[in-house]
Ligand binder design. Structure first.
Ligand SMILES: [Zn+2]
Length: 279
């Protein structure tokens, strides 16, 4: 079976949620960090039987920090020496108390936080909607502008409006069709959802109730999911649902989700608002 290209690199997926990844463990780095523990033992646990043995047989009179394995050394020993070289700043720092976690963090240092990470940490959002939003924020969906760059297609016209070129920015934040869908959703939930850069708007939105902010994120994420769904229906089946129908789907999905959550909120104004959108 022919493998299709990955939407997102493994390296990006392995970043922490706050750094725009999905928080997967990078097992290659974790493995090196684990082996690093042996290298740290060799430096610090001189009375350990195995450590005395490697000093007597392999390292002999050489300093462990400078030691290089011989050609005939075993695979496992060479791996320990490689881990020692990669992690030497930690292993040989005075008074170091090496842990696998500290080794892993050293190998995969934190990068800058993305502004939309609270969106990813919001467990109220339906997971498949959250994943779609992550792909949008990372600009990793196979939108037509990317397919043109890959040489898969030659022409780029937005399926939904037929007016402009399709890109993440256009489809979710500028397209007249998705703007109409958002208007329908706005009218239902009584929150004036801006269309431009809704993720950015949500991040900057000053709202005294954290609960309300989380609920609006559920609704926005659901809207983005259904806009992408409408786009795919049009691409595959050749017809466009009317924005009212998309708005209705967003409303139904959001209500189903919100009714299944245990929402603890003391703000009576927000409670009233929740009641009015759910019932
Ligand atoms: Zn469009």
């Amino acid at each position: 079976m022919k493998e299709s290209p990955s939407l997102v690199s493994w390296e990006h997926i392995c970043k922490h949620l706050k750094q725009g990844g999905l928080g997967f463990k990078d097992l290659h780095c974790w493995n090196i960090a684990t082996i690093g523990k042996y290298a740290w033992w060799v430096a610090n646990k001189k009375d350990h039987l195995w450590v005395r043995w490697v000093h007597a047989i392999y390292i002999k009179q050489v300093q462990w920090q400078e030691y290089k394995p011989g050609i005939g050394s075993s695979w496992a020993w060479r791996k320990i020496c490689q881990a020692k070289d990669r992690l030497k700043h930690l292993i040989f720092s005075p008074g170091s108390d090496y842990s696998i976690k500290s080794g892993y963090v050293w190998l995969k240092p934190d990068s800058e936080k993305v502004p939309w990470y609270p969106w990813m940490l919001n467990k109220w959002i339906v997971p498949k909607h959250s994943f779609l939003c992550w792909l949008v924020a990372s600009e990793r969906l196979l939108t037509q502008d990317r397919l043109v760059k890959m040489g898969v297609i030659q022409q780029n016209v937005c399926y939904l409006c037929g007016l402009q070129e399709e890109s993440h920015q256009h489809l979710f934040f500028e397209c007249i069709y998705s703007m109409k869908c958002i208007q329908v959703v706005s009218a239902w939930c009584m929150v004036d959802l801006p269309h431009m850069e809704c993720i950015k708007w949500w991040t900057d939105w000053r709202q005294s109730s954290a609960c309300m902010k989380k609920i609006v994120a559920v609704i926005l994420a659901c809207s983005m999911y259904h806009i992408w769904y409408a786009r795919n229906t049009c691409m595959l089946e050749g017809y466009v649902h009317i924005p009212k129908r998309i708005g209705r789907c967003v409303k139904q999905d959001s209500i189903r989700r919100l009714k299944n959550l245990v929402i603890k909120c003391k703000n009576s104004r927000v409670l009233q608002w929740i009641d009015s959108i759910l019932y």
